[in-house]
Design a binder for this molecule. Structure first.
Ligand SMILES: Cc1cc2nc3c(=O)[nH]c(=O)nc-3n(C[C@H](O)[C@H](O)[C@H](O)COP(=O)(O)OP(=O)(O)OC[C@H]3O[C@@H](n4cnc5c(N)ncnc54)[C@H](O)[C@@H]3O)c2cc1C
Length: 622
């Protein structure tokens, strides 16, 4: 019934979809096995993509030839560029999607991908050779399917247990069964696994809400989107609004009355939850002094009245959830579609992986997504993309693609996971990246598209677009550095942006360095810059960023150069850390466990001190 595949991907969540698409687009024969074909690309929690640092990741996925950006562009109901008042390193695109359209769009894309087959079944065992190489998978329906590489993207399904108040039952998401067998087999093969927890809020009937008591949050006028290949078709005036309301002391008191039956406070939940996405009971417990918490009231799509209550994730009993919600302004008459819940699941501490996301213990076996201890669609999707690429490369015995920390947030994420591991759900933040000025959302294509094209993933169309963009930005930059602007043509404009007037003519590139001075406005208001009006906003924005932030960008590039010297010092596989008596015990233990490939990697392992690196450097020098 089945051919021998190059790559099998297990699970069709955000990681699985990207993994299957990338491996197939690179030329592998791929089988995507998932428990339920109706839940391909299901958004388990809120139907939103992007946000701070996560938006940068989606644009990186897009630049590399993945689909999360395109799917979001085609399914968004609202778009906002967050942090626009800060510098461009902090700008982060975020979209509210139509949940059903998101999943449908992904499915259409996958079904039109050549080389990609589908099968609905549950994988409950891996086929591993006696020499420790993956050979395939076994399914619940009793099939054995063979492949050169296997990517596991089981999400929250491995031995998942759902908690609502005192009730608990097995499940990978509510109304979906948990996956058993895989953890037990991997542990018997020497893997370590542990438990994590996440949660989701109740969903509400939007017809029962009183929006006049909430603050409206509209989308942006300028819908930039997430893809360098295609622009969103959504028109600014058609966007759906989100709404903001707040909890209050009455809500908190009511929630507290449910703590006795709380699975979290009564110790029935053992797994650690996401620190930066705590449940409402966790928030009122940890921040007892706060008399209110913000709630975002978010529509789930174009053609549904279902509402997602962002900020009210909970595993208290349904009754308590319902009563507490009815005390929130605007929710007095709310009707609940479904209660919130918490889920505990197995994950595999990611220090057991190589940078390619291949496991250290089983050759050809890759892990991506929540199974590695991360949380979030974007974090999952980018790992899926990288695992798909590397599963293909491994199947064809080629070197893996490993992105550096200075090249992409994806590089930061994978490097963090492998060097530091994680014992709580890992999500991306801009603060995790040391080269934020380089890793902007606007330049992900400049950073990554050529790398991906050279591997055969990013299409020629993408590369052509990139080359045109580079040429156009260069033209604008050259023009700005040559043309002079006269005081009489610019001083009114400078006055309008509270900038001091020019006394003599000045190069346009010099004027652009002033705070508050933007290139698009200059091209619209200054005669000698009129010719720039023919360039798209994206080109003008890129030229402006490159001019304004040139000094910072150059400084960061020099820092990258310095750091890369440590990255070039390779630690041989056979290196015996026991020979270094003066190493700290913690460093020695971690080096032996993580086996850093370079001095750079060794220096980023948590608990390793500069003195440990010096000792290592001295010894290697000898
Ligand atoms: C209740 C809940 C709340 C969440 N809340 C948040 C949040 O607030 N913020 C946030 O950022 N993230 C949240 N998440 C996490 C987010 O949903 C995940 O990070 C993301 O979906 C992970 O993607 P993934 O591809 O790794 O796995 P998933 O999206 O979970 O997909 C896993 C896929 O694998 C399939 N599968 C699993 N096991 C097998 C098997 N053995 N055989 C065949 N198919 C299999 C499943 O059917 C599914 O299609 C939440 C998740 C849940 C469940």
């Amino acid at each position: 019934m089945f051919i021998k595949y190059d790559v099998i991907v297990v699970g069709a969540g955000h990681a699985g979809c990207e993994a299957a698409a990338s491996a197939a687009n690179m030329g592998s024969k791929v089988l995507l096995i998932t428990m339920n074909m109706q839940t391909i690309a299901q958004m388990s929690c809120n139907p939103a993509m992007g946000g701070i640092a996560k938006g940068q990741i989606v644009k990186e996925i897009d630049a590399l030839g993945g689909y999360s950006g395109i799917v979001t562009n085609r399914s968004m109901i609202q778009f906002r560029m967050l942090n626009k008042s800060k510098g461009p390193a902090m700008w982060s695109p975020r979209a509210q999607s139509d949940r059903m359209l998101f999943a449908q769009t992904w499915r259409e894309i996958l079904e039109s991908t050549p080389n990609l087959d589908f099968y609905q079944d549950t994988v409950n065992e891996l086929v591993v050779s006696s020499s420790g190489k993956i050979e395939g998978v076994k399914t619940g329906l009793g099939h054995t399917v063979y492949a050169k590489s296997v990517v596991l993207t089981n999400g929250t399904f491995l031995n998942g247990v759902i908690h609502i108040g005192e009730k608990n039952f097995g499940g990978g998401r509510v109304a979906e069964k948990a996956a058993t067998g895989i953890t037990e087999q991997l542990v018997s093969l020497g893997f370590e696994s542990d438990r994590l927890k996440t949660g989701t809020p109740p969903r509400i009937d939007g017809r029962s809400l009183d929006y006049s008591k909430m603050e409206e949050q509209k989308g942006d006028e300028d819908i930039v989107g997430f893809s360098y290949l295609e622009k969103p078709k959504l028109k600014a005036e058609n966007q759906r609004s989100c709404w903001i309301t707040y909890t209050n002391n009455e809500v908190h008191d009511l929630l507290r009355s449910g703590f006795e039956s709380s699975p979290m406070f009564q110790g029935r939940i053992q797994g650690t939850g996401p620190r930066y996405c705590p449940s409402i009971e966790d928030k009122i417990n940890r921040f007892a002094e706060r008399d209110r918490h913000q709630l975002f009231v978010e529509p789930e799509g174009w053609n549904t009245v279902e509402i997602y209550v962002n900020g009210f994730s909970t595993s208290l009993s349904e009754d308590i959830q319902y009563q507490a919600l009815r005390l929130v302004p605007g929710f007095e008459k709310c009707k609940m579609f479904r209660p919130g819940y918490a889920i505990e699941y197995d994950y595999f501490p990611p220090t057991q992986l190589q940078f390619s996301l291949e496991t250290k213990l089983i050759k050809g076996l890759f892990f991506a997504g929540q199974i590695n201890g991360t949380t979030g669609y974007e974090e999952a999707a980018c790992q899926g993309l990288m695992a798909g690429i590397n599963a293909h490369l491994s199947a064809y015995q080629k070197d893996p693609l490993i992105l550096k920390r200075s090249e992409a947030y994806i590089g930061v994420l994978i490097d963090d996971l492998i060097n530091k591991g994680t014992d709580e759900p890992y999500r991306m933040f801009t603060s995790r990246a040391e080269f934020r000025t380089l890793l902007r959302q606007d330049n992900a294509d400049l950073r990554l598209t050529e790398i991906s094209h050279s591997l055969g993933l990013a299409s020629d169309e993408r590369l052509n677009l990139l080359q045109k963009k580079i040429a156009a930005v260069e033209e604008v930059n050259n023009y700005l550095s040559k043309v002079n602007v006269e005081p009489e043509e610019i001083n009114d404009f400078l006055k309008s942006v509270y900038s001091s007037p020019l006394l003599n003519k000045q190069k346009a590139s010099q004027v652009l360095l002033r705070p508050g001075v933007g290139l698009k406005q200059m091209s619209q208001q200054i005669k000698s810059l009129e010719s720039l009006k023919e360039y798209e906003d994206e080109i003008l924005e890129q030229a402006e960023i490159q001019t304004k932030y040139d000094t910072y960008i150059e400084k960061e590039k020099q820092l990258v150069e310095k750091m890369s010297q440590l990255e070039n010092l390779v630690i041989p596989d056979s290196f015996n850390f026991d020979n270094l008596v003066s190493l700290s015990t913690e460093a020695k233990q971690k080096f032996k466990r993580i086996k850093p490939r370079t001095l750079g990697q060794a220096s980023r392992i948590s608990g390793v001190n500069p003195s440990d690196i010096q000792i290592l450097m001295l010894f290697m020098g000898r």
